[in-house]
Design a protein around this ligand. Structure first.
Ligand SMILES: N[C@@H](CCC(=O)N[C@@H](CS)C(=O)NCC(=O)O)C(=O)O
Length: 307
């Protein structure tokens, strides 16, 4: 009998890709079919809001899109949203088939602190980098500074200042999680993020590092001098290297290229970022640059008149 598929409403973004990396690594393609938010009329449509009231993707429709199409009298389709919850659901549902990142395996291989660090990596990522935490228009995640056009320069600046310490926080968690492994004293021996054992956090972090590596140089690198002039904390930042001073993250990322499906990486970089964003990161950089110069001029005038 053919396997019953769940339908994943998906595009090749970092939040979605944590799921597709897991599906590929575990050869679960027969159990998860991918469709686009456009198949549901777009994120603000009634049909889409019926499957995710937050108006965001990814969404997993348990039992497949047909379940959504026939929903109505029977109470609606069974939908799960929030990428990490979907990832955990798929891992749980297919626990007897998993080849990589099996919670039943890594939970035995890691100690209680390392298990907490795996969850902490995901939580720090999701709260401080990858999610807007409000579904109203105009709210966006910190990563949105790289591609959202409708953001005030003050907010873009504040979030640009926050991105670097958040990446430092991830590095520090990896450092703590490496205690007792060969990577403890040698960051270059880091393979997976927690104790060199594959956990669900790896799928999430790898996807976001692909995303940030492609976008940070183009958007923030385009106004590096103005950012440095605006904020002392940004003076030594090299926006062309998201792993600057974070050698565990760098080693994890490099190791990940040999583990995670590179077709998905290409879909993120070319299929989504190039095809959908086009020149948007450079355009944002140009207008942000002008706004930063104006902000500095105003700040200079204000302090002169106050003197
Ligand atoms: N915490 C949510 C974040 C979902 C999210 O922000 N998704 C983005 C795509 S990665 C989205 O729907 N963006 C479109 C929008 O906000 O309008 C998750 O992990 O699923």
């Amino acid at each position: 009998m053919a396997a019953q598929k769940d339908t994943l409403v998906y595009m090749a973004t970092n939040n979605c890709a944590r799921i597709s990396f897991f599906v590929k690594a575990n050869k679960l393609d027969d159990f998860v079919e991918l469709v686009s938010p456009q198949d549901f009329g777009g994120l603000r449509s009634e049909r889409f809001l019926a499957i995710n009231p937050q108006g965001k993707f990814p969404v997993l429709i348990v039992g497949g899109a047909a379940a959504a199409a026939t929903a109505g009298d029977c109470g609606g389709p069974l939908c799960i949203y929030e990428s990490q919850v979907i990832l955990e659901y798929i891992a749980d549902k297919h626990r007897d088939k998993l080849l990589l990142g099996n919670p039943a395996v890594f939970e035995k291989q890691l100690n209680v602190e390392q298990r907490a660090f795996a969850r902490l990596l995901t939580q720090v990522h999701d709260i401080y980098i990858g999610s807007p935490n409000a579904a109203q228009a105009g709210f966006c995640a910190t990563q949105g500074i790289l591609y959202k056009t409708d953001m005030l320069p003050q907010e873009r600046l504040a979030r640009a200042c926050d991105l670097w310490p958040q990446l430092d926080a991830l590095e520090k968690i990896m450092e703590n999680a490496a205690k007792g492994t060969e990577a403890e004293s040698d960051p270059s021996k880091t393979t997976f993020a927690v104790g060199n054992v594959c956990t669900l956090a790896d799928f999430t972090l790898y996807a976001t590092f692909v995303w940030l590596e492609a976008l940070v140089p183009r958007t923030l690198g385009g106004c590096a001098a103005e950012l440095a002039a605006a904020k002392p904390s940004l003076q030594n930042v090299n926006w062309n290297d998201i792993f600057q001073g974070r050698e565990r993250s760098r080693s994890f990322y490099n190791h990940g290229h040999g583990v995670f499906d590179q077709t998905i990486v290409n879909d993120i970089r070319e299929g989504f970022i190039v095809a959908l964003f086009g020149k948007r990161p450079e355009e944002i950089a140009a207008s942000f640059r002008e706004a930063l110069v104006a902000m500095m001029a105003t700040a200079g005038t204000t302090s002169e008149s106050a003197a």
